[in-house]
Write a protein that binds this ligand. Structure first.
Ligand code: ATP
Length: 405
């Protein structure tokens, strides 16, 4: 349908980038990026009209997002015709605009497109022999200045390498090392770096990427105040592995709770640093206040609780309940990460799966109908009931009522 709409408007439509890469790799990807040779915004508006969608145009960039009634969406970009001046008397040459669009992309594996117009539907557009790099499972840049032009591509290369189990080519490796030496990072807006780091830390297993970041000496840029500069030693890897295991364990529970895995990894990476250093990290990367507050609170609370639990191996379930009650899921998983004793991890696991969801045998409403008025005494009775229930001292509604009386 996209191709038909484009044909009617007299322009060419392609699907490009990550979608094509994943299609050729047989990996599921629902992010559809359309490139239009012509007026992308006009195309997006027409498509939205035909399919009863809503269009959000960004006139300045010639891009638009179309959201359809079933909430699926496509991003539309415009490939503008560009003219290259040739030296001397040669005339100006008009390049095929999709070619230029693809040439500006980060890596060859992301620089392919598929034609969508009906007469050429399904034709792969591959100007730079990208298929070969995909087949050979390698991450290659399109030109030598790629990383200088946009140093965040270094993080992207590392992320794709880790996720797809590809290899960054020797050539690209050299270019990365040169760019790192040039200190070009200082020119990039910090939030963009953070965004890329966050994407790395949100991967299923970010550990290979983190090792690579250390190899490329990227840690001092991200964590300049960690003294001595963060080293990927055995202890560091052990902490990251613990974080990875805690997150995998949690995901396998299939609970409805959302977890920001990047926060757990970030806390794990900075587990040997003081809170002051986390604060300065958040400041430098201009994290939103809510995220800052959460990270700092989870770090301080989880570390304090870990110490306390270390001293008290025989906590009753009710004690665990009160102790862990202040932590978010991210803080709980961080606590599992830094716990040095198995019983601490077991207590957190019991809390996450059971204790925190306990339904009181006698609820607040019932207490009210019994004539108790909300206030300190009310809360004390309520809490005491929960404690007895958690510790197995009362197991039925009748027992709870008997206790109250
Ligand atoms: P993911 O599966 O992680 O979303 P993706 O390849 O779809 O991977 P996006 O960040 O959505 O990644 O980018 C879409 C496409 O835009 C990429 O495939 C690539 O062609 C291009 N692109 C993204 N970021 C850059 C960049 N910094 N420089 C050049 N091209 C980029």
């Amino acid at each position: 349908e996209i191709g038909e709409t484009a044909a009617v408007l007299g322009c060419n439509a392609y699907v490009a980038g990550g979608f094509v890469r994943d299609l050729l790799l047989h990996v599921r990807n629902t992010d559809i990026d359309i490139v239009i040779e012509g007026d992308g915004i006009r195309f997006a508006k027409t498509l939205a009209e035909q399919r009863h969608g809503v269009v959000h145009p960004h006139e300045k960039f010639g891009t638009a997002t179309v959201i359809f009634p079933d909430q699926s969406r496509v991003d539309v970009a415009t490939a503008r015709l560009e003219y290259y001046e040739h030296p001397a008397a040669l005339p100006t040459v008009e390049h095929s605009s999709i070619k230029l669009d693809l040439y500006r992309r980060d890596f060859t594996i992301n620089a392919m497109a598929i034609h969508l117009n009906p007469e050429r539907f399904g034709t792969l557009v591959d100007y730079f022999n990208c298929q070969n790099d995909l087949k050979e499972r390698r991450i290659q840049v399109l030109h030598n200045l790629s990383f200088v032009e946009d140093p965040t591509r270094i993080f992207r290369a590392i992320r794709f390498e880790g996720r797809l189990d590809f290899t960054i080519t020797r050539h690209a490796e050299k270019l990365i090392k040169n760019t790192v030496q040039m200190n070009l990072f200082e020119k990039v807006e910090e939030p963009r770096f953070f965004h890329e780091l966050k994407l790395i830390l949100s991967e299923d297993d970010p550990i290979p990427a983190l090792r690579r970041m250390a190899q490329f000496k990227l840690f001092p840029f991200l964590w300049p105040d960690l003294r001595p500069n963060l080293k990927v030693d055995r202890r560091f890897l052990h902490t990251l592995t613990q974080a990875n295991q805690a997150i995998s364990w949690f995901k396998l529970l299939y609970l409805p709770d959302r977890v920001e895995t990047w926060m757990v990894y970030l806390l794990a990476i900075m587990s040997r640093s003081r809170t002051k250093e986390l604060i300065s990290f958040c400041h430098r990367f201009d994290l939103p206040p809510k995220q800052r507050k959460k990270l700092i609170q989870q770090k301080t609370d989880a570390e304090r609780i870990a110490q306390e639990m270390q001293k008290r191996p025989f906590l009753k379930p009710s004690e665990t309940y009160w102790l862990l009650g202040e932590l978010d899921i991210e803080g709980l998983l961080y606590l599992m990460t830094i716990a040095r004793k198995r019983y601490i991890q077991q207590a957190v696991s019991l809390y996450v799966t059971t204790l925190r969801k306990v339904v009181p045998l006698v609820g607040g409403d019932e207490l009210k109908t019994m004539g108790y008025i909300p206030g300190p005494q009310f809360r004390a009775i309520h809490n005491h009931l929960i404690e007895m229930q958690l510790d197995g001292e009362i197991t039925s509604h009748d027992q709870a009522l008997a206790f109250i009386r």
